[in-house]
Design a protein around this ligand. Structure first.
Ligand code: ATP
Ligand code: MG
Length: 687
């Protein structure tokens, strides 16, 4: 037996070695499910002689995929790893659609619209600017897509006003996307799944390719992903799925736990393996997690134990308000790092909503605590980053109308709204993209030369870059090879002259920080192009996908505190965890309509919500290896109003007897300056 197999417990080993049929590993947090997947891939290649090209492992985030790839590299020779697929569902969807573009009715250079762009399309169709309404329509369409409900069906089942709105635009939304030669994130899964189920030749081809499949975080797959997996694994049913029903936290995105319950029905030969030893957390943490989750109904019974010792008591700290919370957490981390001789990256701050991170960012900056936003999509959502990416998208796909509009108007090129509308009418009449309409003679009859000229210059410039980047070459680039991505990118940036635009339109400080972000983006793109030997055109095709869940695929691992939402922390572990804002209203989170759990609300629906929030709490707690601190604020500001808060019900559900210690913030009632002095005293005493 190999060393790797020896280091696993018997149940884990069974899961790795089992190859006689489909296999489901069902177990709680930290029990080594992900480890089973990495070991099994190594086993398939090293011991069973599988060709890596036939193995597909699917994870939930890019980061998880990257971590998995790193782990496997430690146990398998590099040359035997060639062709191994470890990716997210969405990344696999992109690859599938690029290869099968023709069958999907797309051109290979199609664009992937992120949710902001997709929202823009809905806005046009609905002709409203009510953000709330738009988002709710967007979410509804997304839920339908993921449940494989077609526009036709949606019209039949729509009932509420929002649903009717959504059904009304669903069809034209899809049609508009196709007209732009683009897809949204949901399409990346829905289209492959639908194509595979309707096209026999295609299905058989992919089934031959996919000899073994491994699925992490199986509890968070949705109907459509399940369908796709079913057709990919096909008749052989060779797959291993691992999951934990108690960690299902994506119901709002259409994931359904029923997929877990369905597996044994759909696959009667399914071998179910349970793991019970937790290798991650000390007993205080594990017991608290077990206590909380025991209040939820459970699909499959399971209990976790660990041999990592009792551990320190969990701390619950009461704060005056959210500013005190951010400062106190920062100071505690500084003090603890010193005391324990730990690294910054051993600490994580977990919160329920992205917006909570901002205050921590600001405060940590002031306190000079290095931090990284884990799983933050914030970078790619920044206006300046999106501006530059719009240019790249146009280079990749000139039919991407939203990108075209953004690029020609940022910086302003003297093209007014009226001209753009006229161009839009022209494009509609010619049934072509805005880009292609510019040079048509019809445009010249509608748009004044002074306005048309800059548009023509723009189009000509982009065409030139496109050609030189290797797009549309039929000779495969043999006769005139594509120019390097770095040089072309530099040329593009020079043309955009974005730095000047920033300084012309913004205050100096804002311009400076935005320009930094742009530089960061371009440097990262160049590095990526160099490492992977990509042309500009190829590079651009990957961008939208990376923006989706996480920032970059090759972020180093700096020594910095992790700031992250609980959702994005799934599957990860940190030695010391601070969960903040553990209050009624935030965790469990209530929306606008049901603030503080209005008793008149549908009790059953509310209970379902609370259960989902409880699983989120469980995910959060179980990220901690050695110590967990929870904080809540007596007061929290919301839209200029100070709300009185109550501690989360989940705190009492943890059970005091499991070693929870409630403490009052030692910095309570102090000014920031007094706090610093106090911290220094504390540190000196220790030193
Ligand atoms: P989650 O549900 O949070 O995703 P998981 O079940 O996937 O957790 P892993 O991340 O695979 O758990 O494992 C948790 C930790 O325990 C990791 O640090 C892993 O390396 C370690 N571990 C797993 N199995 C063993 C083992 N047999 N011996 C020693 N350490 C192990
Ligand atoms: Mg895992």
């Amino acid at each position: 037996m190999s060393n790797a197999l020896q280091s696993m417990n018997p149940a884990q080993r069974e899961a790795v070695l089992y190859l006689n049929g489909p296999c489901l590993v069902l177990a709680g947090a930290g029990s080594g499910k992900t480890r089973v997947i990495t070991q099994k891939i190594a086993y398939l290649i090293n011991e069973c002689g599988y060709d890596a090209r036939g193995i597909i492992a699917l994870t939930f985030t890019n980061k998880a995929a990257r971590e998995m790839a790193e782990r496997i590299q430690q146990s398998v020779e590099k040359k035997r790893l060639k062709g191994l697929t470890i990716s997210t569902f969405h990344a696999l969807g992109v690859r599938f659609l690029r290869e099968e573009a023709v069958l999907a009715g797309l051109k290979p250079g199609f664009s992937i619209l992120d949710s902001t762009d997709a929202l823009g399309v809905i806005q046009e169709l609905l002709a409203t600017t009510d953000k709330g309404r738009l988002r709710s329509v967007q979410q509804q369409i997304s839920l339908w897509k993921n449940a494989l409900i077609t526009p036709d069906d949606s019209e039949k089942i729509a009932q509420t006003p929002d649903e009717m709105d959504a059904a009304r635009v669903y069809r034209s939304y899809d049609a508009t996307l196709r007209a732009y030669q683009s897809v949204d994130f949901d399409d990346l899964i829905v289209m492959p799944a639908t194509l595979m189920s309707t096209n026999d030749e295609l299905r058989e081809r992919w089934q031959r390719r996919c000899r073994y499949m491994l699925l992490d975080e199986y509890q968070d797959t949705n109907v459509c992903q399940y369908q796709w997996v079913r057709s990919l694994t096909g008749l052989r049913d060779m797959f291993t799925a691992v999951g934990d029903d108690d960690q299902a936290i994506y119901a709002w995105r259409g994931a359904t736990i029923e997929n877990l319950a369905k597996l044994p029905q759909d696959y009667p030969a399914l071998r179910i393996i349970k793991l019970e030893q937790n290798y991650r957390s000390v007993a205080t943490v594990l017991d608290a997690a077990n206590q909380v989750i025991s209040r939820n109904p459970n699909l499959f019974g399971k209990k976790l134990w660990s041999t990592l010792g009792q551990g320190e008591p969990i701390q619950v700290v009461v704060m005056d308000n959210e500013e005190a919370e951010a400062e106190s957490v920062g100071m505690r981390i500084s003090a603890s790092r010193f005391e324990r001789n730990a690294r910054w990256k051993d600490y994580a701050v977990l919160y329920r909503g992205n917006h909570q991170g901002r205050l921590f960012e600001q405060t940590f900056r002031e306190l000079r605590i290095p931090y990284v936003i884990a799983g933050g999509q914030s970078f790619f959502d920044k206006a300046e980053v999106r501006d530059i990416i719009a240019y790249l998208r146009i280079v990749a796909n000139e039919e991407d109308d939203p990108a075209f509009i953004r690029a020609v108007t940022t910086p302003k090129r003297g093209v007014g709204q009226a001209s753009l509308t006229a161009l839009g009418d022209t494009a509609t009449q010619l049934n072509c993209s805005l880009f292609d309409a510019v040079h048509d003679e019809l445009a010249a009859t509608r748009i004044a030369p002074r306005q048309l000229e800059p548009l023509k210059v723009f189009v000509d410039f982009i065409r030139n870059i496109q050609w030189r980047s290797g797009r549309g070459r039929t000779d495969g680039g043999a006769a005139t090879p594509a120019e390097g991505a770095t040089e072309l990118l530099d040329e593009l940036m020079k043309y955009i002259d974005y730095e000047r635009y920033l300084y012309d339109t913004q205050e100096e400080r804002a311009a400076q920080s935005r320009w930094q972000n742009v530089l960061e983006l371009t440097n990262w793109l160049k590095r990526k192009a160099q490492e992977d030997g990509l042309t500009l055109a190829q590079l651009v095709q990957h961008i939208a996908l990376i923006t989706m869940l996480e920032r970059s695929e090759d972020d180093e691992d700096p020594d910095a505190v992790r700031l992250t939402t609980i959702h994005a922390s799934k599957g990860l572990e940190y030695p010391y965890v601070h969960m903040v804002g553990v209050e009624e209203g935030l965790l469990p989170h209530f929306g606008k309509d049901d603030e503080y759990g209005d008793a008149n609300k549908d009790a059953e629906a509310l209970e379902v919500r609370i259960q989902e929030e409880r699983r989120l709490m469980y995910v959060g707690i179980t990220r901690a290896q050695f110590h967990l601190t929870l904080t809540w604020c007596k007061k929290r500001r919301k839209a200029r109003e100070d709300l009185i808060r109550e501690p989360s019900r989940f705190i009492s559900e943890m059970g005091l007897e499991t070693g929870v210690k409630t403490v009052v913030d030692p910095f309570s009632g102090m000014t920031p300056k007094e706090r610093l002095v106090r911290l220094k005293e504390m540190l000196q005493k220790k030193g």
